[in-house]
Design a protein around this ligand. Structure first.
Ligand SMILES: [Zn+2]
Length: 250
């Protein structure tokens, strides 16, 4: 049994004198007490243990809850072989895949110094495939982010840009928020002030329901530092995106 002093069920013991039956309830209490925001797009990994025991327990609790949802939808999960394990599949999918970026800590982005005489001073543009989910309808969002950066004193490995972008995306988001989140986390990981993020995505909530618009495409741009203030930097960024799109059209 892991020590749950910090993150677990006895989070309330000192406050209310009783334990919550569900870890999810105890954690929600703790976050409210701390004034910690826990919206669909927020990362709450600091409240979970590093060994994954909490996550396993939360998956068990969410399985129970999804079972109830299926019952309320009048789906015979006892006799329908396809719906038999669906509640657990949904719970695991949320925690380990489509919302993993809420529960997992930031990817480890080891930085390398970029401060020698022949330091790289140019623009770097990385194209990252994204899978996300809209927080309004929990419908899939799929697309691509172009992350532009003018390197400061340190560089991170090329794959880290995509890992960070995917970590931001694997939550319930709005595309506007997602572009902001990616820009903020890239700035944090690299110390760079000059960052541009362009996201282009199709939304399940426009394609599968509502307006049923199969060719809808949404674009969002967040520009920081020189990307925002310097016309030629901005142009270079969008020229680079165009070159990437010509090479790998989506
Ligand atoms: Zn939606």
């Amino acid at each position: 049994m892991v020590d749950k002093k910090e993150t677990g069920l006895d989070a309330m013991a000192g406050d209310g004198g009783y334990q919550e039956a569900y870890l999810g309830d105890a954690l929600r209490f703790k976050m409210k007490r701390d004034g910690k925001r826990f919206w669909a797009g927020d990362n709450i990994s600091e409240y979970l243990d590093e060994d994954g025991y909490d996550k396993e327990r939360l998956i068990d609790e969410a399985t129970e809850a999804f079972e109830l949802v299926l019952d309320r939808l009048l789906i015979d999960r006892e006799n329908d072989p396809n719906s038999h394990g669906t509640a657990r599949r949904l719970a695991k999918m949320y925690f380990n895949e489509i919302m993993a970026g809420r529960y997992d800590p930031a990817p480890d982005a080891t930085a390398f110094p970029n401060d020698s005489q022949d330091r790289y001073e140019g623009m770097l543009v990385v194209r990252s495939e994204l899978r996300s989910m809209c927080s309004h309808h929990h419908q899939p969002v799929s697309g691509v982010a172009y992350i532009g950066i003018i390197a400061a004193q340190k560089l991170i490995g090329l794959s880290k840009y995509t890992r960070i972008a995917q970590w931001c995306a694997r939550r319930g988001t709005l595309q506007e928020e997602l572009a902001n989140d990616i820009a903020r986390e890239i700035m944090k990981a690299t110390d760079a002030k000059d960052v541009g993020v362009y996201v282009q995505a199709v939304h399940g909530c426009c394609e599968n329901r509502g307006i049923m618009a199969h060719s809808s495409l949404t674009q969002t741009t967040v520009l920081k530092g020189a990307f925002k203030d310097d016309t030629s930097t901005k142009k270079e960024f969008f020229d680079n995106i165009k070159l990437q799109q010509d090479f790998a059209p989506r």
